[in-house]
Design a protein. Structure first.
Length: 145
């Protein structure tokens, strides 16, 4: 279910800021707006999160966009190209079970003796449509191996 991967993400995305407690509403709304604004941009949908540094860290940044192969010659207005490489603990499951997926992955990382590397590295989610309009998510938490 959980595993370690070393992965590179090439992301075309727009940066947003907000309160962490509002991310559950802000992120899907921002992703929907991004995809409507750039309908010709195809690729796996992705969200890149600034990790919460402490309990008092109430506001953070996130990027919504798509995975690409390389930087485009011309990025959509307001978009950035991110090239992120790291080792991650990863889990995949139903998008409707996001909370339990994060809990399972966090527990697995601890049980395996890995250390989260979220001081400056991003948490990444990729979204994958499946049959009946459902969606699966892959969660990548940066770790030190």
């Amino acid at each position: 279910m959980c595993q370690v991967v070393k992965r590179e993400f090439k992301v075309i995305a727009v940066k947003h800021r907000g309160l962490y407690k509002d991310f559950a509403e802000l992120v899907p709304k921002a992703a929907h707006q991004f995809l409507q604004r750039v309908p010709n941009l195809t690729g796996t949908e992705v969200t890149v999160y600034e990790p919460k540094a402490s309990e008092s860290h109430s506001e953070g940044a996130f990027y919504v966009g798509v995975l690409g192969n390389d930087a485009l010659d011309t990025l959509p207005e307001g978009a950035e190209f991110l090239d992120i490489q790291h080792s991650y603990g990863i889990i995949r499951g139903k998008g409707t079970e996001m909370g339990s997926l994060y809990s399972s992955l966090d527990q697995w990382i601890d049980e395996q003796g890995y250390t989260r590397d979220t001081f400056k590295d991003f948490i990444i989610e990729t979204y994958h449509p499946v049959e009946n309009g459902a969606e699966e998510v892959e969660i990548y938490i940066p770790i030190r191996v």
